[in-house]
Design a protein. Structure first.
Length: 165
């Protein structure tokens, strides 16, 4: 009994990943960039955003905010490393139209605002607004599939269940 109360807690292995954006969820294979569509950086999904706000898809810690604010890395409580890459070829915007609300080391919960972005600037100055959400350490995860396609809401629509090995 006491061992149950005071013993070591088992680490979290399975988490729910919620949509970081409101928009249309699609498979990575439909992303018009081979780095993402061929899963060179890892597996995941993509969302065509209908509004310019990205929120945390998991409870975790910010491990990277790119200087151009177009991409954010998060480590979930189960060790999954998630990259949210807003738009394609948006690094060339040098931060124009992006505002970050988090910094490296910040703790976040599902739904916490990460970054806002101007969809019109991305539509006119970058290749695409489609936003890949990549599990960059897919090799350490059990196989998974998207659990949502079509319309998703940021912070509330579950898009996949992720179990780490």
């Amino acid at each position: 009994m006491l061992k149950k109360l005071f013993g070591k807690k088992e680490p979290v292995k399975t988490i729910q990943l919620y949509s970081p954006l409101t928009g249309n969820a699609v498979s990575l294979e439909k992303v018009p960039d081979p780095v993402f569509s061929e899963k060179m950086m890892g597996d995941g999904l993509a969302i065509e955003p209908s509004e310019g706000i990205a929120v945390s898809p998991v409870d975790g810690e910010i491990i990277q905010v790119f200087p151009t604010k177009h991409a954010i890395g998060i480590r979930a409580k189960n060790g999954a490393e998630i990259l949210i890459h807003i738009g394609l070829e948006t690094v060339s915007l040098n931060g124009e139209g992006f505002e970050a609300f988090v910094s490296e080391g910040d703790k976040v919960k599902v739904g916490d605002k990460l970054v806002s972005f101007d969809l019109e600037i991305i539509k006119t100055k970058a290749k695409s607004t489609v936003t890949p959400i990549i599990i960059t350490n897919t090799d350490q995860a059990m196989p998974f599939e998207m659990s949502a396609t079509g319309h998703v809401e940021r912070g509330t629509s579950q898009v996949l269940e992720l179990t780490m090995k």
